[in-house]
Design a protein around this ligand. Structure first.
Ligand code: 3PG
Length: 207
């Protein structure tokens, strides 16, 4: 699956409290040049938000599920129209079930051991989490040396200050982060600010 899957360079991590805001949020991201989002399952509105975006904008906007921690969550998110699934940590059974549910897996890894397990599962891109706490780009450089075929997608502490440096690494196809879409901006309906942050991220990713 990973052979053909292309991760967009900037993946917003969304914690959404009201599914009614989901489509407007996706439009704001699109107007800033970002055509994807990871909607976390940290709130009860997560699955309904995935469904709202997938059914309205599914042709142009790729939505995935984040903070997936249990295989039992996958059937629902796949049915809602998610294209990929992200977990904070590495869980072999969860990865297997992501794959068999037709979801592109993006499991979290923090160590070389977990990266090896991802390789054995046939995965060529992992989330590297929490990236800033684990040493950021320097640690990705170190891990990339033995794992030449692996791609690392940092999440945790990614910001406008460091995203371009991450993306310059040949084994970093994408970054994830919540800075563009904090819950308070969504709650306040500040979609103009979200669009502006998305645009800034798009520009930085192109540098
Ligand atoms: C994640 O789930 O990947 C993180 O919560 C995102 O981290 P950030 O909030 O520091 O961007």
């Amino acid at each position: 699956m990973s052979d053909v899957f292309e991760w967009p360079p900037v993946i917003p991590v969304v914690v959404i409290e009201d599914a009614a805001a989901a489509v407007e949020l996706a439009h704001a991201l699109m107007s800033g040049g970002i055509l994807c989002a990871e909607i976390t399952l940290r709130t009860p509105a997560g699955v309904a938000s995935i469904a709202a975006i997938a059914s309205t904008l599914g042709d142009v906007f790729m939505v995935g599920a984040g903070t997936v921690v249990h295989p039992g969550q996958l059937k629902e998110v796949a049915a809602a129209g998610a294209r990929f699934a992200v977990s904070p940590g590495f869980d072999d059974e969860l990865v297997e079930r992501m794959q068999s549910s037709g979801l592109e897996p993006l499991p979290g890894t923090a160590t070389a051991t977990e990266v090896q397990r991802a390789m054995r599962a046939g995965i060529d891109a992992v989330k590297f989490f929490p990236a800033d706490r684990l040493g950021g780009i320097e640690t990705i450089r170190a891990l990339s040396a033995p794992f030449l075929g692996m791609h690392f997608i940092p999440s945790g502490g990614v910001s406008p200050q460091n995203l371009a440096e991450y993306l310059r690494h040949p084994q970093v196809p994408a970054v994830c982060g919540s800075w563009m879409v904090p819950a308070e901006l969504i709650r306040a309906g500040r979609f103009d600010t979200i669009a502006q942050r998305a645009r800034e991220a798009t520009e930085l990713a192109a540098t």
